[in-house]
Design a protein around this ligand. Structure first.
Ligand code: NIG
Ligand code: FE
Length: 415
């Protein structure tokens, strides 16, 4: 039986005796930080916490391990609900093309973008994809991420989509954090179906989704609902088919235009709609009548030079907001959640409290993990990180670009 007591915690962040599934509107600004605190962990689970002046009355000290946090802050692990970390090669050539004036859509129209990654992935073996994705996964865990979602979507054929999802299964077995898998067959129309989009949609709905469900390779089904990609009607058709096979819907929505992706997601009861650069009153009204989590991906908006989503307006209207990295080779080549939290504050005018709730509790909800992750709550898993000593919780987003994560603990074990 493991018994761990952590003392001298400068601030224990997002402490909740009992945690709601998510926080919305004004509640997003409520973040309880217990200063000068201790936390007890038993068998990988958070058992209790308090302040140092009320040192816990422990009846049995045998086998008790004591750790000194040395005034560092403890945060519940970041949850990253949207990544594409299984990929081959990289796309810094397109990065330079954009600096020289081409847009993301111009590059896609030339056969670059997602189709560029699909061509490279088709040639890559499963082992090589696994090794490179595992490196990225370990990198983000060391930066504080304690639960992650990973998408397919660079396969765009039955064989290659299954290859990507099998790699994601192997990643799940290789690390001790939750890894959720998403089928994103509808990420783009592959070159082989250039003049037969309906044929590709039939491949997704009649072959790919059933095969993925039969092998239990995915939790979610996602669609890139955007002009030149998939329409709202096609999105709904694909996601409803996924639902019949037990895959919960997610949508890449309103990234490059007011695509109708948000409304399509709400219509099918999506767990989350992600990106949201082109969101206005209609989308906000649709989301207010739903349980769908609006998820912001500031890394992609920044990297592609897109307008910021109206985060302030969404929260002020009463919505919840979560944040993810979108770690992928084309639009967000980073998986650093600390950086996303800083960006929400700096560019989206969210308070540090709102940004931290977005990256923990609401991010857990965006992948159905709020029962076990997203806050410091007795009964939840002891997955957290310890920072360098900080003057206040606001110091983490303020220190953008610095890495303040000193130690990572997953399920009560030090990394
Ligand atoms: O979430 N928007 C669509 N899909 C990815 C980018 C994929 C790529 O460019 O490789 C995204 O930004
Ligand atoms: Fe994405």
């Amino acid at each position: 039986m493991q018994k761990l007591l952590i003392k001298n915690i400068g601030g224990l962040v997002n402490v909740r005796e009992t945690a709601p599934e998510r926080v919305a509107g004004r509640e997003m600004n409520e973040l309880n930080v217990l200063h000068d605190a201790w936390m007890a962990v038993e068998n990988g689970i958070i058992a209790d916490f308090g302040t140092m002046e009320n040192w816990p009355g422990i009846s049995d000290w045998t086998g008790l391990e004591i750790l000194d946090a040395e005034e560092g802050y403890i945060f519940p692990s970041w949850c990253d609900s949207h990544t594409h970390i299984v990929y081959a090669g990289s796309r810094e050539g397109e990065f330079v093309d954009r600096i020289n004036g081409l847009s993301y859509e111009d590059i896609a129209a030339r056969g670059g973008g997602i189709l560029n990654s699909a061509a490279r992935l088709a040639d890559a073996g499963e082992d090589e994809l696994f090794e490179s994705a595992l490196r990225r996964l370990k990198e983000v865990i060391a930066l504080g991420t304690g639960a992650i979602e990973i998408k397919s979507g660079y396969g765009l054929s039955l064989e290659s989509e299954l290859k990507m999802l099998r790699v994601i299964s192997r990643l799940r077995s290789a690390v001790n954090i939750p890894v959720k898998a998403t089928l994103l067959g509808a990420h783009a129309v592959p070159a082989a179906y250039k003049n037969d989009k309906d044929g590709y949609i039939r491949l997704i709905t009649q072959e790919l989704i059933p095969a993925v469900a039969a092998e239990k390779l995915a939790d979610y089904c996602d669609v890139f609902c955007e002009r030149n990609y998939f329409t709202p009607e096609e999105t709904i058709h694909i996601l409803e088919t996924g639902l019949k096979y037990g895959l919960s819907p997610k949508v890449h929505a309103n990234q490059l235009s007011a695509s109708g992706g948000v409304q399509a997601g709400v219509k099918v009861g999506a767990v989350s709609v992600d990106h949201l650069e082109y969101v206005g009153d209609e989308e906000i009204a649709a989301l207010l009548n739903s349980t769908t989590m609006p998820t912001l991906l500031p890394g992609a908006a920044f990297f592609l030079g897109l307008p910021w989503p109206p985060a302030r307006k969404m929260i002020d209207a009463g919505l919840p907001v979560s944040v993810a990295t979108d770690y992928n080779p084309g639009s967000s080549p980073t998986g650093n959640m600390n950086q996303m939290v800083s960006m929400l504050c700096i560019t989206h005018r969210m308070t540090p409290n709102e940004a931290i709730n977005a990256a923990t509790l609401n991010a857990a909800a965006a992948m159905d993990l709020s029962a076990t992750h997203g806050s410091i709550t007795p009964g939840k898993v002891a997955s957290f990180f310890i920072t360098q000593p900080m003057p206040s919780v606001n110091y983490l987003p303020y220190s953008f670009g610095s890495n303040l994560v000193k130690e990572v603990w997953i399920n009560g074990k030090k990394l």
